[in-house]
Ligand binder design. Sequence first.
Ligand SMILES: Cc1cc2nc3c(=O)[nH]c(=O)nc-3n(C[C@H](O)[C@H](O)[C@H](O)COP(=O)(O)OP(=O)(O)OC[C@H]3O[C@@H](n4cnc5c(N)ncnc54)[C@H](O)[C@@H]3O)c2cc1C
Length: 505
Amino acid sequence: MSEDKTPSGPDLTKGVSLADFKDGKLLGHVGSEDVLLVQAGGEIFAIEPACSHYHGPLAEGLVVGDTIRCPWHHACFSLRSGEATRPPALNALAVWEITQDQDRIRVQRKREAPKPSARSVPTPERFVIVGGGAAGFAAAETLRREGFAGAITMLSNDGAMPVDRPNLSKDYLAGNAPEDWLPLRGEDYYQSAGIDLRLSTNVAAIDPKTRSVTLGNGDSLRFDRLLLATGAEPVKLQIPGAEQPHVHTLRSVADSRAIIKAAGSAKRALVIGASFIGLEVAASLRTRKLDVHVVAPEERPMQKVLGSEMGDFIRTLHEENGVNFHLEDTVERLDGTRATLKSGAVIEADLVVVGIGVRPRIALAEQAGLAADRGVSVTEYLETSIAGIFAAGDIARWPDPHSRHTIRVEHWVVAERQGQTAARNMLGRRERFDAVPFFWSQHYDVPINYVGHAESFDAVAIDGSISGKDCLLKYSKGGHVLAVASIYRDLDNLKAEFEMERSRG
Ligand SMILES: Cc1cc2nc3c(=O)[nH]c(=O)nc-3n(C[C@H](O)[C@H](O)[C@H](O)COP(=O)(O)OP(=O)(O)OC[C@H]3O[C@@H](n4cnc5c(N)ncnc54)[C@H](O)[C@@H]3O)c2cc1C
């Protein structure tokens, strides 16, 4: 909290009563620090009120048992220890000790941060992680959190340390977040955690027989357990002119930097594809005051995932912010700055960003003989068809107990959670991956939160007003609710996630 900020609510050292709580929570302060009191299961807890991910207000979150979930991106914290128990949060929150004298609740001192567990788990010696993204990073961190004492090598063919990838199309691209916000952890973390992070290191092959990976430079590395977390890559545009230097895709920090550099001198941007990433790029480039045109074949943006009503809203939202749509059309060729559309229209653009979807990077898995089906097939324990080799994140197709289908998604939080579960299973825990999928997307000041998974749906029930930016949409098929999307109904979205978890039994 900055020094000039007025502390929230009552001084909790002086004491409050349960009658002062609203919906089981009370926001107050201790000295200059805000503290949230939470009543859960007959106990009172005192915790830092801002999520350690993006500072979401936990006072508006959902209490489940002795945990609290953040309304913004569904991170979860233990109310007892402050520990981040579910991504996207990585860091623990401070917790305070309280005393209760009859009805008077007083907050005392801040509890010391718990020491990392030194539990040593009997496991094979060398774990190798291929991929330095959401899933790979979460796995490495979890292995150490769980007390794994063997060698961890994380291989990434990216030059950048693991970063907050969702930011690359949002605040960072818009110029609202400095680059030092991007790394998930600083360089010193890897050293102190004993994680051998090797950047710009391509893995060329996996040999399941000798239990080794071959690197691009010909070196090989033995493993006892392997996690494949190679993510996805942007689908390339196959039209004449697509290879020109002003045509970009967006996956890495280097890609985002290149778009920012180009945006510095460009006047007009053409975004090809009205995908989540495409439209987030459009919004960010509007913030940078570029003239932005979006060309996409669908009738409405995001209609397939979010339905026609939300699709119309998203279109209007972007139009109100100055984006020009050319829907039900495609770009046929790019001649320098001149883009010719199928309709015959011509758009002059000195910056082109292609956002037409991604493809899971499964070549390594296929070459190694792992079973694959539009992704790397894994069990509920995230193990591939070869024992001891696990897969997580954008590449993994797993049996989702909620939809009762095998699914593969491209969501940040899912990748992180899978990385954690895979890590525990590399340690022999046999933990099922059964989290309900969750993603968010941000367009200007409008966040869209989505839980569940609806490959297709036959009905959308809308509660509230989409145009009023206060709504909850339920997507169902055959009367069964598969997914829920919301705008500024964060608590309802958390509740929907919890209901889906419970309905699985
Ligand atoms: C711009 C952008 C914005 C996004 N915004 C959101 C959002 O708002 N919400 C959301 O839910 N999701 C979002 N996503 C999706 C989310 O980032 C992904 O689902 C997530 O990063 C997947 O994690 P992953 O670990 O599977 O793959 P990645 O994070 O892509 O990591 C894969 C890693 O593998 C490495 N690698 C690949 N092949 C090899 C090889 N052969 N050898 C060595 N290393 C290799 C790569 O270099 C990389 O380090 C966004 C994605 C992008 C690109």
